[in-house]
Design a binder for this molecule. Structure first.
Ligand SMILES: [Zn+2]
Length: 121
């Protein structure tokens, strides 16, 4: 299983889960609520970090999954070809300071694509 597979699974789960936004209430005991009155999660005597993280992840999940879902199988190899063509397009090659920003973007996207396509345990 790759992170591409995980993102597809999370998108399905997100679509079936109680709709965002979720709201975190409380000061000592916390409760996560939504527009659905039958849905709530209680955190008695909890550290705020856990319910806060769950709420933030739920509310940003659609946007995060949309962005991560842009990665597809084979993107790492395609981006490697793009990086090679880009490097050949400049007479100063890989060390060109003028092209550093563009090269950095291609490298970051290539690394991200490699992570997305890597087999997870
Ligand atoms: Zn250049």
């Amino acid at each position: 299983m790759t992170l591409i597979d995980v993102v597809a699974r999370l998108k399905k789960l997100e679509a079936e889960a109680t709709r965002a936004p979720w709201t975190l209430l409380g000061n000592i005991d916390f409760q996560i609520v939504s527009d659905n009155p039958e849905f709530y999660i209680n955190f008695d005597d909890s550290d705020k970090a856990d319910p806060e993280l769950i709420t933030e992840l739920r509310n940003t999940a659609p946007a995060l999954l949309e962005i991560l879902g842009a990665f597809q199988e084979g993107d790492a190899a395609t981006l490697a070809v793009i990086a090679e063509r880009f490097a050949m397009s400049c007479p100063d090659g890989m060390g060109c300071p003028t092209c550093a920003a563009e090269r950095d973007v291609i490298n970051r996207l290539t690394n991200a694509a490699c992570e997305m396509e890597a087999k997870q345990e």
